[in-house]
Design a protein around this ligand. Structure first.
Ligand SMILES: [Zn+2]
Length: 420
């Protein structure tokens, strides 16, 4: 007979998800699942030895956040460097594991990595499965597919041209374990010599890769800044378009009509502009970000007003967008017109839906996975309380506490959990 799963009662505090706000409530987990949630005092449980109590006084309990756009193999360095040599690659796995742990401790319990070289993302997942490191739940893309000379070719890309090559490359990533096929549909900020507004790939090229992702029950997404690239990717049937900094009214209409999700990655462009050349960012990168930020804010506002579906993504790993600061993106979303609760919904339930994880994740409903975050204060009054890491007090992944700032130590690593 297997032992009864451990029960944890979170009580005496605020319970908030994308649609719920209980000023004083409780939530009960058993093992890896949420089993009860409600107002007032817990209806069952008690102080028996097998029940753990977590006092939420002055705090808010939220679902674990979901970041649909990170690069765990990139280190937020001012000038991103390609991972080339075998030694680079081995160090890259270790670096990715540190980045993943920082992300988890920042309150993000699920990430979609949007492009990694040399199978480092798959190696990271294997290491986590073997208990060598602790990561958020990982949704992986393998290499991003770009045209020859396309954005990202030197960092995370696999250069392919023509529908047949795209189809084969998509199948390769899926074979290696990808949960998502990532396409590059326009120039980008980090790649020298590409104009961010220029389209890359034809609709037919991208459609071949999107079909393969969908045949396999997986998602496909596209990086696109320029208006034309956004439209081509949308026509090709991707599930989400990332960045969308130069989206135009026609692109908004197309995304609305197809239910295509916009993942804004506002943090990425804001951080490059905020730090700039003075902080070591190469001039070509800083100038492109500066050229995009105004259009990004107005384009995002127009898309949101029109009702385009949203999900949360940061592009963490690009210059000065640090792993673990992912929840800054919610502050940017509120800055661009979302209510705090709407931003929370986008970063939980709506992101879970994009990643086809809505059955298990994204809200504090009975039966869902116990992915939980406890923060100081009330994010509905002031979204800035989500600014990690200071105010993220506790993070729970699948019922397991992976950060407790009230304890004298952080809890890390399966097989390496001191005192557990
Ligand atoms: Zn990216």
């Amino acid at each position: 007979m297997s032992p009864k799963p451990e029960t944890t009662i979170y009580a005496n505090g605020r319970i908030v998800d994308g649609r719920r706000h209980i000023p004083n409530g409780y939530l009960i987990t058993e093992g890896s699942a949420i089993v009860a949630v409600g107002a007032g005092d817990p209806k069952r449980g008690g102080a028996s030895a097998s029940v753990r109590q977590v006092d939420l006084a002055g705090r808010t309990l939220l679902p674990g956040f979901i970041d649909c756009h990170v690069h765990l193999t990139m280190n937020a360095a001012a000038a991103p460097a390609a991972i080339v040599s075998p030694a680079d690659q081995m160090v890259g796995v270790l670096q990715a594991s540190i980045n993943a742990l920082a992300t988890l401790h920042g309150g993000v319990t699920t990430v979609r990595d949007c492009g990694a070289p040399h199978g480092i993302d798959f190696a990271l997942r294997r290491a986590a499965e073997e208990g060598l490191c602790v990561t958020p739940r990982l949704m992986l893309s393998g290499r991003a597919l770009c045209m020859t000379g396309g954005h990202g070719w030197h960092l995370i890309g696999r250069e392919v041209d023509g529908p047949d090559e795209l189809r084969k490359a998509a199948r390769e990533q899926l074979k290696a374990g990808a949960d998502n096929v990532k396409l590059i549909a326009s120039g980008g900020i980090l790649t020298p010599g590409t104009n961010i507004g220029n389209p890359q790939f034809t609709v037919d090229e991208m459609r071949a890769a999107v079909e393969e992702a969908h045949f396999a029950g997986k998602t496909a997404n596209a990086h696109a800044h320029g208006a034309e690239g956004i439209k081509r990717a949308t026509q090709a049937g991707v599930d989400s378009v990332e960045h969308c900094y130069f989206i135009d009214p026609e692109g908004i209409e197309m995304m609305l009509a197809r239910g295509t999700v916009l993942v804004a990655t506002s943090a990425a462009v804001r951080n490059v502009v905020a730090y700039g050349v003075a902080a070591g960012i190469p001039r070509h990168i800083a100038e492109k970000a500066e050229s995009a930020i105004k259009a990004h804010v107005s384009g995002f506002k127009a898309a949101h007003k029109a009702g385009v579906r949203l999900a949360m993504g940061t592009d963490s790993g690009v210059p000065y967008t640090r792993h673990g600061s992912n929840l800054d993106e919610l502050i940017h979303l509120v800055d661009m017109g979302l209510s705090p609760q709407e931003a929370i919904r986008v970063a939980t339930a709506d992101s879970a839906r994009l990643l086809k994880l809505e059955e298990q994740l994204g809200s504090l409903d009975e039966g869902k996975n116990a992915d939980l975050v406890v923060v100081d204060g009330n994010p509905l009054d002031d979204i800035r309380v989500l600014r990690a890491p200071e105010t993220v007090r506790r993070v729970v992944l699948n019922g397991r506490t992976v950060l407790d700032r009230d304890a004298s130590r952080f809890l890390v690593g399966a097989g390496f959990t001191p005192g557990a």
